[in-house]
Design a protein. Structure first.
Length: 118
């Protein structure tokens, strides 16, 4: 089992920055991958970013590439640094984990609200 606890959401003006954290505990391996997703009201959940714990694979959705940065520390916490935020980035953000490094995310965080005002 893996437990994920998210933090760092909030209200920010357009052009501002926020950093989301996702603390992972339990069966975390060196092969683990963490994905970030978001879901805006009335819309389907969409992929935002992906990182393998080894750092060998990092990629982003086109909509956030160049503005968002995904990373991790050595204590099994993942981060999503969000810069140049736009009102269209308003959503509930989720982290998720595939302990085998792929995109079959079996474990999900509780979500954190990000609201960007214009």
């Amino acid at each position: 089992q893996v437990q994920l606890v998210e933090s760092g959401g909030g209200l920010v003006q357009a052009g501002g920055s926020l950093r989301l954290s996702c603390a992972a505990s339990g069966r975390i391996f060196s092969t683990t991958a963490m994905g970030w997703f978001r879901q805006a009201p009335g819309k389907e959940r969409e992929f935002v970013a992906h990182i393998r714990w080894s750092g060998s694979s990092i990629y982003y959705a086109d909509s956030v590439n160049g503005r968002f940065t995904v990373s991790r520390d050595n204590k099994n916490t993942g981060y999503l640094q969000m810069n140049s935020l736009e009102p269209e980035d308003t959503a509930v953000y989720y982290c998720a984990v595939d302990v085998y490094g792929g995109e079959s995310y079996a474990y999900w965080g509780q979500g954190t609200q990000v609201t960007v005002s214009s």
